[in-house]
Design a protein. Sequence first.
Length: 315
Amino acid sequence: MEGSDINQKDGIGDAPASAAGNGDEDVVRMLLDQDDIGSENPGEDGQTQLLQAACDGHEEEVSILLGRNDVNPNERNAKGETPLFLAALNGHQGVVEMILGWNDANPDKSDCSGTPLWGAAGAGHEGVVRILLGRDGVNPNRPGMDGGTPLIWAACKGQEGVVKMLLEHGSADPNKRDWHGATPLLAAALVGHEGVVKILLGRDDINPNEPDLSHQTPLWWAACHGYEAVVGLLLARGDVDPDIPDKFGRTPLWQSAYQGHEGVVKLLLARDDVNPEKPDARGRTPLEGAKQRGREEVVELLLGQGDGKLLGREN
């Protein structure tokens, strides 16, 4: 250290922050013993040594820093992230437990993205999620980015274990919607997470027809993207309405035909409660939508229904 400037800032902050990020316990102790080095001197991105150590999972450094009177366990960096959020997001279970053991630590403090539970849920860190759910001060329905709850975020990311854990906890609302109107089921169907869809459909308190703000249901989105397995799961549930149109009048059949998803079109055409001629808001039938996009295989499927009206529109 001879000849070095202990106050010099680098890309992640000041000298103590750099040492904390590198896991140098002895260096952290030495730097913090200097009278002119504060434990909360942030770098250019607002990252203090506690924030950096928590982010990287360095338990010894976190312990050293939390032992100081001038450290705030709820401090934030320039992004609004707390030490607990960063530790939870990165799955550092030991650091999470250490911070939660500090009387002043807020286990439900939200940053610009979400709460520590929200971050851990989306990343699939089941151990951290279990710890946080065991805290009285944690609200499992507190929204994060785009108004999505930890359950919505876990469903969107396909984190089956976390989804089960949140549902078994009993306090997570399985029908709560985000700012776009998406429920956990819709979020999972939208990106084709079959396992999560199966878990959610196994619950009696789930409304499988709950649409988003564009009136698009979980089935509509699964059909739109051609997720045959998810479409099959939804259709297998007796209370799913397969013919609900969105705000533009497009049914799941219309949209899957337009996108050229032959397998989904077959599944929907096999249903007696699907109208293959139902037009959108502009008066176009699924057949006309498929023809417009040049979906020849889908056109043949629709014409193969043998419906006189369908054939008549073709002629």
